[in-house]
Design a protein around this ligand. Structure first.
Ligand code: ADP
Ligand code: MG
Length: 259
């Protein structure tokens, strides 16, 4: 259990060595269903994310954002096309290999947190290691450090129901970081939060990227959230519809409105 990302890295520098490309998706397509009722959720998406980047994916509801994130995160398989993480293709892996890849390389953050209600914050953070069969005492230390990192040292023994939405999402971010993943994928992480909690969660994600070098892909339809990223990629009807550099909520909003 390396506490690498707890100690901070150089500003804007990826924390790891290895391939510069974190994600490469080529001609990615996903069709749900068949025949007359088939839905072409993705229709030939090319996307490259460099190690240490924070990229936002924006598009209207139904444009294919979640589908794209699920394919990148090996939660689902494409109808055609290829995906690789750190140069490792995984469209041809078995289910067991995919599970291992997800567990070791990818941290997920979801809109509705997906915490187990009967477990405390700390137990939820430790869970990925338990599932992986790691019962090392160090895992608990690391979970405690990560909870402190997301500002919840005092809440470690609380149940999710005793935490605010923003706190629950920060627990889920700590959980996503437990296995020291290659990349963090967040699907509408602020979609269920009030303005203040949203701002906290976004600030945390941005810090994890800028200060600690985590590669992050964030799906959102909030221009304010998207503009926190270094790059904003727009999706429309399952296709890439251009991109912008981040930074300006106004420019991102205008582009989004014109989609
Ligand atoms: P977004 O996240 O941008 O709202 P999604 O990727 O969830 O979009 O969905 C893209 C399209 O695929 C939508 O038309 C949606 O209804 C459809 N879709 C998504 N998941 C499924 C599924 N499991 N079965 C059938 N259609 C789906
Ligand atoms: Mg979605």
């Amino acid at each position: 259990m390396s506490p690498r990302e707890l100690s901070g890295g150089e500003e804007g520098q990826p924390k790891r060595s290895g391939p510069a490309v974190a994600i490469r998706a080529r001609r990615l397509s996903k069709v749900y269903g068949e025949g007359e009722t088939a839905v072409h959720a993705l229709a030939g998406v090319d996307l490259e994310v460099r190690r240490g980047e924070m990229v936002a994916i924006m598009g209207r509801s139904g444009s294919g954002k979640s589908t794209l994130l699920h394919l990148i995160g090996a939660l689902d398989t494409p109808t055609s096309g290829t995906v690789s993480i750190a140069r490792r293709r995984f469209d041809n892996l078995s289910d067991v290999e995919l599970t291992l890849l997800r567990r070791e390389k990818i941290g997920f953050v979801f809109q509705f947190f997906n915490l187990l209600p009967a477990l405390t914050a700390k137990e939820n953070v430790v869970l990925p290691a338990l599932i992986a069969g790691n019962r090392d005492r160090l895992v608990h230390d690391r979970a405690g450090e990560l909870l402190a990192r997301v500002g919840l040292a005092e809440r470690a023994d609380h149940l999710p129901a005793e935490l605010s939405g923003g706190e629950q999402q920060r627990v889920s971010i700590a959980r996503a970081l437990l296995m020291d993943p290659e990349l963090v994928l967040a699907d509408e992480p602020t979609g269920n939060l009030d303005t203040t909690s949203s701002a906290e969660v976004l600030r945390l994600l941005r810090e994890l990227n800028r200060k600690e070098g985590h590669t992050i892909v964030l799906v959102t339809h909030d221009p304010g959230a998207a503009s926190m990223a270094g790059r904003v990629v727009f999706l429309r009807d399952g296709r890439i519809a251009g991109e912008l550099s981040g930074g300006s909520t106004k420019r991102v909003s205008e582009r989004f409105a014109a989609l």
